[in-house]
Design a protein around this ligand. Sequence first.
Ligand SMILES: O=C(O)CCC(=O)C(=O)O
Ligand SMILES: [Fe+2]
Length: 281
Amino acid sequence: MSIQRKSDATHTLSYEVLNQNAHESDRHCEIDVCASPEELRQFDRDGYLLREGLFTGEALSALQDALDRLEERESSAFQDGGKRSWGRIPRHLMDKDPVFLDLLKYPPVLSVARAMMGPLVRLRGLSARISYPAATPHQTPWHQHLRVISKPLPPWFSRPHGLDALIYLDDLNEDTGPVAVVPGSHNWLHREPPRDAYSPVDGERVICVKAGGAVLIHGNLWHRGMPTLRTKRRMLILSYTPTWLRRSPHGGPPPDSGLTQAVLEGDDEEARILLGKGGYT
Ligand SMILES: O=C(O)CCC(=O)C(=O)O
Ligand SMILES: [Fe+2]
């Protein structure tokens, strides 16, 4: 897939990893960041960063086609039970199609993840959400992704950080369903989103991006996918955390002989780290 990107690198960050055991060449890392320092400050403050037109033309069709193929292949795995649901969530996408595996080092997302969390990050997962205008329209309740915070906060509590790129393969609008976020809520360490709640909350922002655009969020930003009323809606969720967190618990282990296995057995050290092997000592 030829990946076209609108937001090319705007500046370079230099990191040194304070690891006395590392070879000199592994201690230093330069990141060409596909976001301006001001955008990174806004992302840190608000917990989300809009990216319009990341994928266009052939790059967008390649992702749409790959997801449609997967949907067709795995169609027997999904039945709409008529109850309120998120829709369909295919997981382990990088194991299932090389088009998806190509996203492992996608600079507009990975460089921003490294700018926010440092050079040592790993994939938490790449999955999709496909929602349909079912009898009970698919939607998600308010939620956040890293639900591991203790109350009260212990003195040595390690705050979880993660970046999730919500990549939309269809236009978001009233027919497909916008996404709503609560700016700044990723910093609320003393409370969680209301349970099983689908109604607006104070301060929410409703966002519509066009197909090929993305909303990058902090994993603990409060957000919800609004109802898909009339037209099928496809999204990808590409997630990174620091290397020392575990991969997503959802969807069980990756499939045997998936595409990432060959990468893990190969000699691309950066890709191995991104897939969760090493990156800390
Ligand atoms: O579909 C959306 O816009 C958001 C989906 C979501 O929050 C998720 O899959 O975790
Ligand atoms: Fe989510």
